[in-house]
Design a protein. Sequence first.
Length: 373
Amino acid sequence: MKRFTTQKAYFVFMLLLSVFMMLPGCGSSGNSATEPVSVSSTVSRNAATGVPIGNKLTVTFSGAMDPATINTKTFILMQGATAVSGTVAYSGVTAVFTPKSSLAANTTYTATITTGAMTLGGKGDDDRRQSKPLASAYVWSFTTSKAPVAGLTPVNLGTAGNFVILAKTGVSTTGTTAVVGDIGVSPVAASYLTGFSLIADSTNTFSTSSVVTGKLYAADYAPPTPAIMTTAISDMQTAFTDAAGRTTPDFTELGAGNLSGLTLVPGLYKWGTGALITNAGVTLSGGANDVWIFQIAGDLIVNNSAIVTLIGGAQAKNIFWQVSGQANLGTSADFKGIILSQTLISLNTGAKMTGRALAQSAVTLNATAITAP
């Protein structure tokens, strides 16, 4: 009898425990709503230096926030005691503060996400689903870059600047390509100009092609073409050395090589790795005579549909991408500037380029459009 009573009591206890565990706020359901939301990352990062003055500020939260509470009252940027005017946009788990105008050079700013920023609540009476503020305000600071070097001079391309495409080991095209400007190869022969259906001129000093608005030159054409091509290749290599040898960069390792979403002022930029432009694109802001030189120790990767946007009168002819690795322009990318590559330059399907592709190995085109600046 005693044993039966013990079993009955145990059964009642377990039943009550099960009911208790199902009550709101009890048990360990693993519901993510019980986990506090916090700031997981920022761009620019805390204590960053050399931040471009045209940058937007980005905050990523660890969970969804109530969009109505993410605004200029909860996302604040200060320069000393002065508030910086701007706009705030929120999507997914990311908030972006866009200053009304460029930030001051060589200046420290402080950004804050206040406790007025609320998590996204849900339906029901469960307290775990209710909108809650951040546990504490999140504060970080950064320092903008110094003013760019005055009078940064363009890279002298010499006679290499007479070509929209120049390569040492070959130029190939497939698909419907459109090239505006001259193409040259040396020391290889015209047979390394593939896919162009070359039409030799009667002088045998150059060829033409239905996909090129310009002329095509090769080292095995009649004089004076071989000497012209030898000089152009030499000038291309000299230009690469000039761009790579510029000293005292204005920006070093900016964005750890990720240029995506940035607005870049004129100046000398240096990376000890590769550089990436995603489909968020990059904007170059400056005047008609301003110069940008990008020193890239690795590859330049321009993702599909990425756009290099020029504003303020900036010109492609004054933008120099010195690439020690390969330069790869993705499908439907829209690129501006002169690429001086130590190896391959590849333009994929539908890519557009306003500039010059000057490669110390090969250039490959796939239904692409390239126009001299």
